[in-house]
Design a protein around this ligand. Structure first.
Ligand SMILES: Cc1cc2nc3c(=O)[nH]c(=O)nc-3n(C[C@H](O)[C@H](O)[C@H](O)COP(=O)(O)OP(=O)(O)OC[C@H]3O[C@@H](n4cnc5c(N)ncnc54)[C@H](O)[C@@H]3O)c2cc1C
Length: 413
């Protein structure tokens, strides 16, 4: 079998991959983007609501409009795109990437790889809800795809479990399509999604949000006929005697995304909370030729940040492919109190960077401290749904990089 060669191979053509391929090709490197679907765009293609690109393009676009802009930029950059082709494996020793598509198997040997495979939804099976497995239980992303791309309704009367952004957006979408949405249940005592989505997707349409609630059983033999829900205590355990029945034929699950990292997890370390590969501020994983960005690293809040990360990863991958890579000292970032998702997970002493993190609960006032206070920033109104961004200048990074490791902590108040 012929092995094709390229400087930079980008795996996955969502926002991160499109921006990465554009940046790598614009740096003068031969760049190939591989996407398993019919065309690039990723999850953006099914997000027909507005709310994308406010930072990057200073206007509010729909997902497909945002994707179209990225595709235009990619076309101008000269990067090559191979759609309908899936990456099957990456050999870390030879760097040979095995792919399959309508024309059969092909292997590619790149100098550098940017890994941008996005995230997948947590399925029903992961929730350990007892009872039968009738038709009518959908993940929110699948329901979104059915409605927005295939013009199919998942059912007539729906309950949504999980108030993350996808769940909120699907509540509104289904309501607008004529489905009776009886409510959204959220395990936590606060909504999982952005405040603007709670207002625009639930409040504006009178859809009730049940905080501190979960599904305890599903009913129905062939088609779903109902769901039992209950209030939960502070540890998320159902409180006896609080059960209530919802007569629905559809249960939509919006219970989290998990980075799609299986292709690289055999040979690079994953972060236990992000669940994607550990990356430094060049978006470099533990394999020096492998860069990663976007939802395959950690689930981001906004596509603007995903595209920015992808572009940086593409630029650094291009530099590596050209042999121009001058790495600084790599200093791990370690989580202190109140830090969940954290990207990157290490600093490179030679470049300025942006640290993005999520807090575990809403805080009216918070102080983000790095390195015991070498850098400290105050924020008002931080929420788990929105990533907190801390921009670090070259001087700040240099000061922090003198430490053996940099603790990142969020102090409430
Ligand atoms: C319902 C929903 C609503 C959202 N709303 C907003 C919003 O209003 N505003 C906002 O800014 N952001 C929003 N976001 C977030 C934003 O859309 C995402 O963060 C961003 O699009 C993720 O981009 P990505 O490139 O990391 O991943 P993806 O878009 O998932 O792209 C990954 C790509 O990799 C491909 N791939 C995976 N594995 C392989 C393989 N082995 N071989 C080849 N190709 C592969 C996939 O097919 C896919 O195209 C929303 C997200 C969702 C799901």
């Amino acid at each position: 079998m012929t092995t094709y060669r390229t400087d930079v191979l980008v795996i996955g053509g969502g926002a991160a991959g499109l921006a990465a391929a554009t940046a790598a090709a614009s740096s003068g490197r031969e760049t190939l983007l591989i996407e398993r679907e019919d065309s690039p765009g990723g999850v953006l293609e099914q997000c027909i609501h507005p709310g994308f690109g406010v930072h990057r393009y200073k206007e509010e676009l729909t997902g497909p409009e945002f994707a179209a802009r990225l595709v235009e930029e990619l076309e101008r950059s000269g990067a090559e795109v191979l759609s309908k082709r899936s990456v099957l494996s990456i050999d870390p020793k030879t760097r040979v990437v095995e792919t399959t598509g309508p024309e059969g198997l092909r292997t590619i040997k790149p100098r550098a790889v940017v890994f941008t495979t996005g995230a997948r939804e947590r399925p029903f099976g992961a929730l350990r809800i007892p009872g039968p497995r009738p038709v009518g239980v959908f993940t929110a992303g699948l329901a979104q795809k059915l409605v927005n791309l295939y013009n199919l309704l998942p059912g007539r009367r729906a309950l949504i479990l999980g108030s993350g952004d996808i769940g909120l957006i699907m509540a509104r979408r289904l309501h607008l399509e004529g489905v009776e949405v009886v409510g959204v249940l959220e395990l936590k005592p606060f909504p999982g999604g952005l405040t603007r989505n709670v207002v625009q997707c639930l409040d504006d349409f009178g859809i009730p949000l049940y905080l501190s609630h979960t599904v305890t059983a599903v009913h129905g033999t062939t088609r779903l006929t109902g769901v039992t829900a209950a209030a939960v205590d502070g540890d998320g355990r159902p409180i006896p005697g609080t059960g209530r029945e919802f007569e629905v034929d559809t249960l939509i699950l919006s219970v989290g995304l998990i980075p799609e990292a299986e292709l690289v997890s055999p040979f690079v370390g994953l972060d236990s909370i992000n669940r994607g590969p550990r990356v430094d501020s060049r978006w470099r994983t533990e394999a020096p030729w492998l860069f990663a960005a976007g939802n395959s690293v950690a689930v981001f809040d906004l596509v603007d940040a995903v595209a920015a990360a992808g572009a940086e990863a593409g630029r650094f991958a291009a530099r590596f492919a050209a042999g121009e890579d001058e790495e600084g000292r790599i200093v791990p970032l370690v989580r202190g109190e109140n830090v969940l998702h954290l990207v990157p997970t290490a600093l490179d002493s030679s470049i300025p960077t942006v640290i993005r993190l999520r807090v575990p609960r809403p805080m009216e006032r918070a102080q983000v401290r790095l390195g015991g206070g070498i850098v400290s920033r105050r924020f008002v109104g931080v929420r788990p749904a929105e990533m907190v961004e801390v921009r670090l200048s070259a001087e700040a990074v240099e000061a922090l990089a003198k430490l053996a490791e940099v603790k990142v902590e969020v102090i409430e108040g």
